[in-house]
Design a protein around this ligand. Structure first.
Ligand SMILES: Nc1nc2c(c(=O)[nH]1)N[C@H]1C(S)=C(S)[C@@H](COP(=O)(O)O)O[C@H]1N2
Ligand SMILES: [Mo]
Length: 323
């Protein structure tokens, strides 16, 4: 039973801003009703991942690059979503300069044997940088092809020796209202947070990014450290990370918290599950010299074209329910 069913209000009304503002109070009130525990709602824990997911190194490598036309550097770095610097696409490239990149430290903790707070250099030491050319599909319906530089997330996470209670990994962006003026506005519950199931985090395609086009990552793209999960909508790729936490239960994620009917925890790219307010069947591909607003629309592919690599993570899962 979904929250909407419980409340018997049409989804059209649930998209109203004021309803979202009242959402926390609503949930608290519902939790207090005897016999109506939140486990009855769609917030209940999803099924655990299938236990035997294996892909061959060749399969994995096939996902590391694509021969599709690249998005130009100037477009990758001037058409951004980074609400900490404003909600307009060109805001982050102008306002992002106020973000100080040094010193930068990352706290890794939670369900693991070797937690710690360390500099970015220490976090990444021992991991060899690689280039990955990935498609990036924003939930808004546009996409890019970007040559990232970074390290596989799994290589970094393993060093902290997550234990058997580490079922999910939570990520947190810096919160500093001086450096990130957009945090003065209540667009999201700051700091921006994201999360992955542990098997998703350990997948060879999940990538911690420190650069693009062979250059250091610019602020607007999430410097000095951001996540890229190419088979999921772009908002899962949290920017300017300051904390990585191994947790036992599904973590808080910002867009899911803001609009749960519109943004699920998993948010795998899926052309057959529409956003409540628009279709996800096609995307505006921003590549080469195509105009950003009138770029050609191309079909969106299941898991953003990475089904060979990642479909096994979701065997037996209802991807409409766990969107
Ligand atoms: N902290 C933070 N991370 C974020 C966002 C944001 O607003 N804040 N926007 C997300 C969205 S919606 C997308 S599509 C990608 C965009 O990444 P890009 O600007 O490097 O293309 O970043 C994601 N990561
Ligand atoms: Mo996005």
């Amino acid at each position: 039973m979904s929250l909407r069913d419980v409340l018997r209000i049409p989804s059209s009304e649930l998209t109203d801003e004021s309803v979202y503002r009242d959402r926390r109070r609503l949930l608290a009130a519902l939790a207090a009703v005897p016999g109506l525990g939140l486990a009855a709602c769609s917030d209940a824990a999803p099924p655990p991942p299938p236990s035997t997911v294996t892909i061959t190194p060749e399969q994995a490598r096939a996902g590391f690059r694509t021969s599709e036309e690249l998005t130009r550097y100037e477009d990758v770095t001037t058409y951004n979503n980074f609400y900490e610097f404003g909600t307009g696409k060109s805001d982050p490239s102008r306002a992002g300069r106020t973000l100080r990149l040094q010193p930068w430290s990352v706290a890794v903790g939670g369900q693991c044997a070797k937690p710690g707070v360390m500099s970015l250099d220490d976090l990444l030491k021992g991991a060899t940088p690689e280039e990955r050319i990935y498609r990036l599909r924003c939930v808004e319906g546009w996409s890019m092809v970007i040559p990232w530089r970074g390290v596989p997330l799994a290589n970094v996470l393993r060093r902290f020796e997550p234990n058997s209670k580490a079922k999910y990994v939570a990520f947190t962006t810096l919160e500093d209202h001086k450096q990130m003026p957009g945090q003065g506005y209540g667009a999201l519950d700051w700091p921006y947070r994201e999360g992955l199931r542990i098997d998703e985090a350990m997948h060879p395609l999940a990538f911690l990014v420190t650069g693009l086009y062979g250059k250091p990552l610019p602020q607007q793209n999430g410097a000095p450290l951001r996540l890229v999960v190419p088979w999921k909508y772009g908002f899962k790729g949290i920017k300017s990370i300051v904390a990585i936490t191994f947790v036992e239960t599904m973590p808080f994620t910002s867009w899911n918290d803001a609009q749960p009917q519109e943004y699920g925890f998993f948010s795998n790219v899926n052309p057959s599950v529409d956003h409540p307010r628009w279709s996800q069947k096609t995307e505006r591909r921003i590549a080469g010299t195509q105009s950003k607003l009138f770029a050609e629309r191309i079909p969106t592919r299941m898991f953003n074209g990475y089904a060979d690599q990642v479909a096994g993570l979701y065997t037996g899962m209802n991807l409409r329910k766990w969107f």
